[in-house]
Design a protein around this ligand. Sequence first.
Ligand code: GLU
Length: 303
Amino acid sequence: MNYKQILKDIHKEVSALKNTGEVASYIPELAKVDKDQFGIYLNNIHGDNFEVGDADIKFSIQSVSKVFSLAMAFGSQGNKLWERVDVEPSGNPFNHLSLLEREKGIPRNPLINSGAIVVADCLVSTLKNPKEDFLQFVRDLANDQTIDFDYDVAASEKATGFKNYAIANLLKSFDNLANPVEEVLDFYFHQCSIAMNCKQLSNAFFAFANHGKCMQNNTQIKPKQAKRINAIMLTCGFYDEAGEFAFEVGLPGKSGVGGGIVALLPNEFVITTWSPALNEKGNSYYGMQALERFTTETNSSIF
Ligand code: GLU
């Protein structure tokens, strides 16, 4: 497969489309990003990699970080985790509240905000130095010790994240948050603020495409847990557009409001796209276009 040429062509075709998306502005720091940046990076299981466009510019990974926190908490808690968070798609926006109230404080899944805040609570309870240990986990997955939080983005979200405060308080009222709201959200805002580029994200997700083994060949995630996390990504990874993503692209993956999308085909490859302008459901407009073209042209979806 001539990935190099295919990615180059797709990047060119998609860049020529009118970029109808908008940069997320509810976190003020994210609104400063130039909306027409666009990068793609693919690494395959054989160790080859291909990149095009702005693949080495760092961006805020935001909700993509929920996959890392889930992997870490699932690793230490095992199936006990599912007593506090379910594994069903929500069909609702990522920061939805009423479903959480109706379902008595048990979030639909770990990739929407309420679920990720419960996962963050587990990590705050079990890790010695929660933020540092989590960052180290991500660095080790990516084999890159330069990865860091973006403290301006974390502070910006802390100042404006009223919905997340509401979610955390609701969880607390249902007794599904063990630690203080402030402490859990401080962790959560920092995990979302991590800055990475397409290359670093593709490397970090390699383990999910490789039965839990990262690029250095050590097992970071148990194989049976990698399988389950991929299933959750497929059904819940794209806000209320998870069905559309499965329909158009057909891969497990996760998007974030920073404009990143990571998708993977187990035993084959990881592909990351980044373009900060989002469609009305909160997924990168160019990223969705590029991934649909990519899996259709290469005939490489899980279906
Ligand atoms: N930190 C963002 C929030 O909680 C993450 C949203 C996202 O990327 O989906 O609102």
